[in-house]
Design a protein around this ligand. Structure first.
Ligand SMILES: Nc1ncnc2c1ncn2[C@@H]1O[C@H](COP(=O)(O)OP(=O)(O)OP(=O)(O)O)[C@@H](O)[C@H]1O
Ligand SMILES: [Mg+2]
Length: 250
């Protein structure tokens, strides 16, 4: 039997903005079901790479495959249909809606089908929304407005919204940014409990979060991949510590 294709395969993918070479030609392969962290100091090119993978920006060079399919020229919407989801560096939730309503909309999709909140109460997507609320530990907050959540809870809600509709490849951009220590531990637990069928690529500034949540780590610096390895290997790598201490040359 043919081995399963990687969930994500980048071949010589790069992105420049005029003279700024944000991502140099790089190769990256993430196996189906794997959990990968993307580590790197400010400006390393991590978010740019996510924008290119998600289809928010075209690459300057290279090819992107998801589950074996070439998506390089597919719009974001088509990549979403293949099971790709992403979150952003700052939380994006519907502040005026309740937790349950946010999760419901994520589950239902923002299609053009007409609906009313009154009828929505009994449809299958609302049950799915309640299961999502449980998954991200917000079952008791279901009727709270998203805008009234703490920063940590908003991140949990965002994770719930991103995992609606059974995605296969989830890209998280600094899910722990701005969280307290307790909130961060909660998030690490939630990430660990996500279904193993879900491939996870996570940008993380916080080494502890990254090293406790993933199978492998890719380290970027100045637009290039510096090294890749298991969390244990990365934690022991002097170059990685230099980058984080700002000692790495440019
Ligand atoms: N739209 C853009 N136009 C011009 N330059 C850009 C654009 N987006 C990013 N850059 C530049 O590309 C480089 C990489 O930025 P990027 O946001 O990808 O880094 P990052 O690794 O996500 O950093 P951070 O950890 O601060 O989020 C930076 O030098 C940035 O200024
Ligand atoms: Mg970024």
């Amino acid at each position: 039997m043919e081995p399963a294709p990687p969930a994500l395969l980048l071949e010589t993918v790069s992105r420049r903005f005029g003279a700024v070479r944000a991502v140099l030609p790089m190769t990256l392969s993430v196996a189906a079901g794997e959990r990968r962290a993307l580590l790197g100091a400010n400006g390393a090119g991590k978010t740019t790479l996510f924008n290119v993978i998600a289809g928010d920006l075209p690459p300057s060079t290279g090819q992107i495959r998801m589950f074996g399919q070439d998506v390089t020229r597919l719009p974001t919407q088509r990549r979403i249909r293949l099971g790709m989801r992403r979150t952003y560096q700052t939380s994006l939730v519907f502040a005026g809606l309740t937790v349950r309503e946010c999760l419901f909309l994520a589950e239902r999709g923002l299609g053009d089908r007409r609906f009313s909140w009154r009828r929505a109460a009994h449809c299958p997507e609302m049950h799915a929304a309640d299961r999502l609320a449980e998954r991200v530990g917000l079952e008791r907050m279901r009727h709270i407005k998203a805008g009234a959540l703490s920063h940590g809870e908003a991140r949990q809600l965002e994770l719930g919204m991103a995992t609606a509709g059974s995605p296969r490849l989830l890209l998280l951009d600094e899910p722990a940014a701005g969280l307290s220590l307790a909130e961060r531990h909660r998030l690490i637990d939630l990430l660990r409990d996500l279904p193993r069928s879900l491939t996870l690529v996570m940008i993380e500034h916080d080494m502890d979060v990254a090293l406790q949540s993933v199978d492998r780590v890719t380290v970027m610096h100045n637009g290039a991949v510096v090294t890749e390895g298991t969390p244990r290997e990365i934690a022991a790598d002097a170059r990685v510590h230099d980058i984080y201490m700002g000692k790495h040359g440019t």
